[in-house]
Design a protein around this ligand. Structure first.
Ligand SMILES: Cc1cc2nc3c(=O)[nH]c(=O)nc-3n(C[C@H](O)[C@H](O)[C@H](O)COP(=O)(O)OP(=O)(O)OC[C@H]3O[C@@H](n4cnc5c(N)ncnc54)[C@H](O)[C@@H]3O)c2cc1C
Length: 349
């Protein structure tokens, strides 16, 4: 029997979840294909922070994205009946007197002043190495993305919307204004496969580079911090004296396999940040869907309007996903124009 739906979605990471939420809110029917071939959303730190701490500059559109993202995850907390959003402060470790001065200047700038506290923290922190003080950021936090992905899958299964298998592109049949795949017919299909896009013959012309990232989780009972510590890596509290430490950036290895080099790099950097003992209890790796121009990949196929893409969430999927999913939905359903900066048209014009 043919199942007729409004949408087929391929991929249920942060981008797929954010788009499915649009569909649910607008009473659209759908099925999702998911085969666990990519794990970016599952291994992500889940941190949200609209300030680039290397340069003390704003993240592109970060403040606006966050205004949408926080209510989005709060709504999901209620829907899934789970704690997902943990707000905390972030403390940037200064490495020179210059850092202090640059922080002070930046903290007075329009968007940055919402988050950067102009008062520098001079007091030392037990177990933390830092002779030049700390810059304190408020309004930051993390979303428990592994829990979200698992719970959202279960939610889709309970609604009969999830097909746990690989979407096989050669079996997709395009019709006038619709698509057919095996026993499913849909008006449109949205591809949100993260780095899996590389195997998608309709959209693999897009310049998705992919950047591998690795993290370790440590158990450090003497490190009593309830904020995110940011040096050349971040140390993020998970509770029960566990902390996630990340992340590496590797532009050549395109596998999601954790490596010894990754672990060593993280531990070397960690040992310059904390002075207390720890044990590594977990390691994880994934490919961030990063794009040449560091902007999301959103829009419809140049020849087939029933094929759409939602990808390129890069290093900040948590903040950007709700905004770009809404933009794509409004584009597909209401004909609203996409922001030029995210529209994939920028790569064919
Ligand atoms: C180590 C690391 C740390 C990170 N830390 C942060 C952070 O702190 N904060 C932050 O905001 N972002 C972070 N990110 C980035 C963030 O993870 C990504 O921006 C985001 O998760 C991308 O979501 P996505 O849904 O586009 O892709 P993915 O999470 O990769 O999801 C794509 C999904 O599509 C599925 N799929 C692919 N192909 C097929 C197919 N043919 N058939 C069926 N299913 C398919 C995959 O299995 C996968 O589940 C981090 C990433 C990494 C790797």
């Amino acid at each position: 029997m043919i199942k007729e739906v409004d949408y087929i979605i391929v991929g249920l990471g942060l981008s797929g979840i954010a788009f499915v939420e649009q569909l649910v809110e607008n009473n659209k029917s759908f099925v999702v294909f998911e085969n666990n071939s990519q794990v970016s959303s599952v291994v992500a730190g889940g941190v949200y922070n609209p300030v680039i701490l290397k340069r003390f500059t704003p993240v592109w559109d970060g403040h606006e994205q966050l205004l949408k993202a926080i209510p989005f995850y709060k709504k999901l907390e209620k829907k899934l009946n789970l704690p997902l959003d943990y707000s905390f402060t972030t403390k940037k470790v200064f490495t020179s007197i210059g850092d202090e001065n640059n922080w002070f200047i930046a903290s007075d700038k329009p968007m940055l002043s919402h988050y950067m506290n102009p008062k520098i923290q001079k007091e030392k922190i037990d177990g933390v190495i830092g002779d030049f003080g700390f810059g304190v950021l408020t309004g930051t936090g993390r979303v428990d993305t592994p829990l979200l992905v698992t719970a959202y899958k279960e939610y889709c299964i309970s609604q009969g919307n999830l097909i746990e298998e690989a979407f096989n592109y050669v079996d997709l049949i395009l019709d006038e204004g619709s698509v057919h795949y095996k026993n499913v017919s849909a008006k449109k299909i949205v591809f949100s496969e993260g780095f899996g896009l590389k195997k998608n013959p309709f959209f693999n012309y897009l310049p998705l580079n992919g950047t591998k990232g690795e993290t370790i989780t440590i158990h450090a009972p003497e490190l009593k911090i309830d904020f995110l510590l940011k040096g050349s890596v971040f140390v993020m509290p998970l509770g029960e004296d566990n902390y996630k430490v990340g992340a590496t950036f590797n532009w050549t290895d395109k596998t999601s396999i954790p490596t010894e080099e990754g672990k060593k790099e993280l531990e070397d950097k960690l040992q310059k940040l904390i002075s207390v003992p720890y044990t590594v209890i977990e390691q994880a790796a994934g490919i961030r869907p990063t794009v040449k121009d560091r902007r999301p990949l959103v829009g419809v196929h140049p020849k087939h309007a029933q094929l759409a893409v939602l990808n390129g969430l890069g290093t900040r999927g948590v903040m950007v996903a709700p905004t770009v999913a809404e933009s794509l939905f409004n584009h597909l359903e209401k004909g609203e124009k996409l922001d030029k900066e995210i529209d994939i048209k920028r790569f064919i014009d």
